[in-house]
Design a protein around this ligand. Structure first.
Ligand code: TNX
Length: 757
């Protein structure tokens, strides 16, 4: 009691001296806390600091130990955790105290940093935990001691659901990766891991009653002939669920139905609508047509599966998919049609509604709530079902008006399978750019909703679909730091893009200390080469976005192989260097290095060679960044529109006796559900096909072709023999397109060189 009065007095005094700082860079906290009041002085953290927790308070003890663990990992500082002394007066010097107080919201906390001590107060375990996470970030990363400016932080989230969806079906990640992901989610105060465990390409959850779901459904044969797969045992799942609870992350499992069910039906063909015993787990991407049927035995099967799911996952929410259920098989199946007639259901959409309602009722009866993709919004949807809006935000709007809870998860803004910049360093993914800033500027608020309706928006979530993310490491790159932007949108009531970028520099240092493979795209170096007298002209860039945000970035570089620092040469204008010179460069904000170090040693091809991702695509069908899975690897993934493998190289000087060389890859065409009839094939002149070269348009008579025969049947990247161009002059747009006998293989361009003597 005395303690509290004392604190109130200190606070009142501090208020006189303090200014409610706008958003300031002194705090490296992401997501930005709701309120920060700066005060006078600072608290020294160092080896003498002690962390106190109330006797018998296991939650406070856990939060305190997490703080200590984080400082050990990022600052090499390990502090003792002890029970608070009975006489609080004796504790205040050099101590950090976790305290339990009422009057806080479910995830809210307060941190008071004063020169004589720090207190972290909250009512709940989650509040104490988030207080620890914030306090961890108040100490600059790196040193084993430091100062935290005196301040009071009062914080709570805007939204309760701050999630990431991980697709473990298309590619499988190890339990160790999932554990690490839960850990770094918690560092961003993200609290829902929506775990996409089943799909056409794999069933990844052990179900004791149906062993074929994993013995058959967890394995596929990939295009190259390799068997690919894996699944999580129930023991592994229990461990992960327990670990997630300790990080205040709720795992919401997803079992897809009635579509995205190929793997399950391959394991148990009688559950399928087409009765196809020959169905295999798919190794193709896209929308498949295989659906579960509506027989009583199928619902019994699904309810038994869900029964085991409920035993494993304590989450109140269970996701049952519902997206992209193309109804061809239902429409074509006499059995399904007969069942629908008996049930008095008319039309395929009504059948899906029946499906969802039956499963949602089963979950309600077990005290859980169904979550589904926005296609579940059909007449009769139970009011406790949660709609996950992915086809834009309109599904969330409609759900809120109807009175259903909803989560914003829209494509493309929150689909992290899109690349995040045009830099060569981006791994495979979808070609549309969803930058860090795009995520940061995502607006979850919907002014058209009433207050009552707005309460149905539980929060937001980003999706990590893994068709093109073959490893956990790549998932990490695609997720970070966009998950940091997502976290700030979901948590913070105020936002500032420039300030976020400044705080991200500290956060990046923490990512490095935690060994996380994050993307530095927003700060990364964009390099362009051109041939010049005396060697290669090098242009370094990518600062405009940072400058637009009002920051003052600079690029420093070295030419002697040494690491660049803030005192290395300042890049001001394109440099000309001899061929073979090693250039190292990085982006700096003041003295702090913001990007990773970029390096290159331009060879004789630099300035002439253009990679596919530096060319324009002829159309905008389905743009992807792809790479061959075996054989010679490209420098960067290949940019290709799979509907139209065709590229434009703008404004090339074409003198006489020009030469075109190119490197290509034969990639598997493993896509379904596309309008394949629209893809031009059969226009080849030789059996394998050729790369056609046109100028001033793609429909002009081609100037010549590079036959693909030398690359046929080869893995990886193959350089084709050069094509001599007829005499030409002036600057032209050059179009390169593949003429080929069939869809598979999908020919893709890695790079092209156009030289003229
Ligand atoms: C659509 S979004 C899907 C996924 C794909 C994704 C690729 C949704 C509910 N379904 O099956 O992985 O596009 O971005």
């Amino acid at each position: 009691m005395i303690r509290r009065e004392l604190r109130a007095a200190v606070r009142a005094a501090a208020l006189i001296l303090s200014v409610a700082v706008p958003i300031t860079a002194h705090c490296g906290v992401i997501p930005l806390p709701a309120e920060i009041v700066a005060e006078v002085g600072s608290f020294n953290v160092g080896a003498a600091t002690v962390v106190h927790v109330p006797r018998g308070d296991a939650d406070a003890d856990q939060a305190a130990r997490y703080l200590v663990e984080l400082w050990t990992r990022t600052n090499g500082l390990t502090l003792p955790v002890t029970v608070s002394p009975a006489n609080p007066g004796a504790a205040s010097t050099d101590s950090i105290s976790f305290e339990r107080h009422s009057g806080f919201g479910p995830e809210a906390y307060e941190i008071n940093v004063a020169p004589h001590g720090v207190t972290v107060s909250a009512a709940s375990a989650a509040g104490l935990f988030y207080g620890a996470v914030t306090l961890w970030q108040l100490l600059p990363p790196g040193g084993a001691a430091g100062q935290i400016p005196a301040q009071t932080i009062r914080d709570m989230p805007t939204y309760a659901w701050r999630g990431l969806m991980l697709d473990s079906a298309r590619h499988f990640q190890s339990p160790a990766f999932i554990r690490s992901m839960i850990d770094w989610m918690a560092l961003h105060k993200l609290n829902v891991l929506h775990w996409h465990l089943t799909d056409d390409q794999g069933w990844r959850l052990e179900i004791r009653k149906y062993p074929r779901l994993t013995s058959v459904g967890a394995w596929r044969v990939d295009p190259g002939g390799a068997r690919y797969g894996g699944f999580y045992t129930q023991g592994e799942v229990r461990d992960l669920v327990r670990f997630a609870a300790s990080r205040h992350v709720q795992i919401v499992p997803e079992i897809e139905m009635p579509g995205h069910a190929t793997a399950a039906i391959a394991a148990y063909p009688s559950m399928g609508a087409a009765g196809d015993g020959a169905l295999r787990v798919s190794a193709s991407w896209g929308v498949h047509t295989h659906l579960f049927n509506l027989e009583p035995g199928t619902f019994e099967f699904l309810e038994n599966v869900l029964g085991e799911v409920l035993e494993l996952f304590p989450s109140r929410y269970i996701h049952v998919g519902g997206d992209e259920a193309v109804k061809d098989e239902w429409n074509a199946s006499p059995t399904v049609q007969a069942r629908a007639r008996r049930l008095g259901i008319h039309g395929a959409d009504a059948m899906q509604a029946y499906f969802t309602q039956k499963i949602a009722k089963f979950l309600s009866a077990h005290g859980r709530r169904a979550v589904g993709w926005d296609e579940i919004m059909q007449p009769g949807l139970p009011s406790d079902a949660v709609v996950m809006a992915w086809r834009g935000a309109s599904g969330a709007h409609a759900a809120a008006i109807k009175g259903n809870d909803t989560v914003l998860a829209p494509d493309p803004a929150l689909y992290f399978d899109h690349r995040q910049s045009k830099l060569a360093a981006e791994p495979p993914g979808r070609l549309i750019i969803i930058s860090l800033e795009d995520v940061y500027r995502f607006e979850p608020g919907d002014p058209a909703l009433s207050d009552l309706q707005r309460r149905h928006i539980l929060g937001l979530q980003a999706e990590l679909w893994t068709e093109y993310m073959t490893t956990g490491q790549r998932v990490e790159w695609m997720a970070l730091p966009r998950a940091a932007a997502l976290a700030e949108v979901g948590w913070s009531s105020r936002r500032s893009w420039p300030d976020f970028l400044r705080r991200l520099v500290s956060m990046s240092a923490r990512y490095r200390a935690l060994n996380l493979d994050y993307a530095d795209s927003v700060f990364g170096i964009d390099a362009h080469f051109a041939r010049a007298a005396g060697g290669v002209s090098v242009t370094l860039g990518n600062l405009s976005e940072l400058k637009d945000a009002g920051l003052d970035p600079s690029i420093h570089y070295t030419l002697d192989g040494r690491e660049p620092s803030a005192t290395s040469a300042l890049y001001e204008a394109p440099l000309t260097v001899p061929v073979g010179t090693e250039i190292r460069a990085a982006t700096f904000l003041g003295p702090q290095q913001a990007s990773r170090t970029w390096s290159s040693r331009p060879d004789a091809h630099a300035g002439v060679r253009r990679s596919s991702h530096e060319l324009e695509l002829c159309g905008n069908g389905v743009g992807l960044l792809l790479e061959p899975s075996t054989g010679a690897a490209p420098d960067a993934p290949l940019a290709v529109d799979i509907m139209n493998p065709c590229w434009i190289y703008r404004d090339v000087e074409l003198g006489s006796a020009g030469r075109v060389t190119a490197a290509v890859a034969a990639l598997p065409f493993n896509y379904v559900g596309l309008d394949a009839a629209k893809i031009r094939v059969g226009d080849n002149r030789t059996p394998v096909g050729e790369l056609e070269v046109h100028v001033d348009g793609c429909d002009t008579a081609s100037l010549g072709v590079l036959p693909l025969a030398p690359a046929a049947g080869k893995d990886g990247i193959t350089e084709l023999p050069a094509l001599k161009l007829p005499p030409l002059s002036g600057r032209h747009d050059v179009c390169l397109r593949f003429a080929r006998p069939r869809l598979d293989p999908l020919w893709a361009l890695d790079w092209v060189e156009i030289e003229n003597q």
